[in-house]
Design a binder for this molecule. Sequence first.
Ligand SMILES: NC(=O)c1ccc[n+]([C@@H]2O[C@H](COP(=O)([O-])OP(=O)(O)OC[C@H]3O[C@@H](n4cnc5c(N)ncnc54)[C@H](O)[C@@H]3O)[C@@H](O)[C@H]2O)c1
Length: 215
Amino acid sequence: MNGSGTVGVAVVGAGTISNQYLANLTSFPDLEVQIVADMFEEKAAEQAEKYGVPNSGGLQDALQSPEVEIIVNLTVPAAHADVSMAALDAGKHVWTEKPFALDRASGQALLAKAAATGLRIGGTPDTFLGAGLQTARRMIERGDIGVPLTGLTLLELPGVPQPPQTRRRGCAHHLARTSASPSPALQRRPRDSRVRRSQPPRSQSPRRSSDPAPT
Ligand SMILES: NC(=O)c1ccc[n+]([C@@H]2O[C@H](COP(=O)([O-])OP(=O)(O)OC[C@H]3O[C@@H](n4cnc5c(N)ncnc54)[C@H](O)[C@@H]3O)[C@@H](O)[C@H]2O)c1
């Protein structure tokens, strides 16, 4: 955070989402994950070993580590505010998973504490608070592209609604891939059944130009 060398990070909360975080954090050249911590220290040790992090332990181990500058709070929502406040009390910057806090007062207390101590606190969602958009914002503020004259916003949605047939096939296909023995009712129908219905019988003669157009 002082601009020289790598920044030491502690991951607190060694649950499901820590896999994603640890895979990413351990790949960034400017960060050094120093410790994984959890209230269940064996979980922390497991994750530390899996991602090549040198230390593991409980929250206090992370807070007392002099190499750690940022606490990445991946605990359960009910613990977010307490863990973040403990981190600020220990003089660490904080990145927290959502929710920032469970109530407004706790959230405001965290912001006030960070402001008073000169520490930074931030959190998910990492879409608009993440590296892509924040880098773009920084470049604009720095004047790298001059004064922007227009802007473009893109919103990504799941896609165009599919016809019911496609949805049924997708569902059965998904179950077939994710379940060892999908319900027979959901298994794919024989390949030919739907195709044949929309085609003329093979014996029907081709339409001539003088025939009335099909309605
Ligand atoms: N799992 C996801 O896909 C996902 C996606 C986005 C956001 N999140 C958020 O990430 C956070 C963690 O989610 P998760 O799915 O990894 O949860 P999880 O329950 O799998 O893991 C949470 C871990 O935090 C530990 N923990 C709880 N309180 C603690 C405390 N006071 N001190 C130290 N360790 C403590 C638990 O022992 C557990 O190992 C949640 O806030 C969740 O909203 C999760």
